[in-house]
Write a protein that binds this ligand. Structure first.
Ligand SMILES: [Fe+2]
Length: 159
């Protein structure tokens, strides 16, 4: 089944929702490549998807840290396990196994679940951090705004 964006996946944090939508878009690309039967294309999409998801995880973790999110450590652990699992898939693929369909289904299930649950759990803490920064910017014009923070995190984690 094709993956589509659902409102339940929205965190209400624009910069994060954009990244999540891009991941969903990569999963659609994977499905299209798989259907076309072009193995090189499938491998290229998997590589991009994994690379992008890793950058996204780094961004999220730095953002959660900045927000002082209390469950940062377990969230990081979940990201780590996910990358490990995907790496196992890519190793099987490198040996010539056709893992595209299984990977697509695993990614769809796992990411949708992760976004709707674990990512939703940090949304409040991050929104509080954004509000705090906004407040600080009112009283101290030189204070770093959340816009500035997100811009520097984007630069740090995405090429
Ligand atoms: Fe996450």
């Amino acid at each position: 089944m094709p993956i589509v964006w659902e409102p339940r996946l929205d965190t209400g944090i624009e910069v994060i929702d954009e990244q999540h939508k891009r991941i969903v878009n990569y999963i659609s690309q994977l499905e299209a490549a798989r259907r076309s039967g072009d193995r090189n294309q499938v491998m290229a999409v998997i590589e991009e998807l994994v690379d992008y998801t890793q950058s996204h995880f780094g961004f999220e973790e730095a953002m959660m840290e900045e927000a002082g999110y209390e469950f940062l450590k377990p969230h990081q652990k979940v990201h780590e396990l996910f990358i490990k699992r995907v790496t196992e898939f890519t190793m099987r693929a490198a040996k010539g196994e056709d893992i595209a369909e299984e990977l697509q289904h695993t990614l769809t299930r796992w990411l949708m679940n992760h976004i709707a649950n674990e990512d939703h759990n940090y949304a409040e803490a991050v929104k509080r951090m954004v509000a705090r920064k906004q407040q600080a910017a009112v009283t101290t014009p030189a204070a770093a705004t959340s816009k500035g923070l997100f811009a520097s995190l984007l630069k740090r984690f995405f090429r």
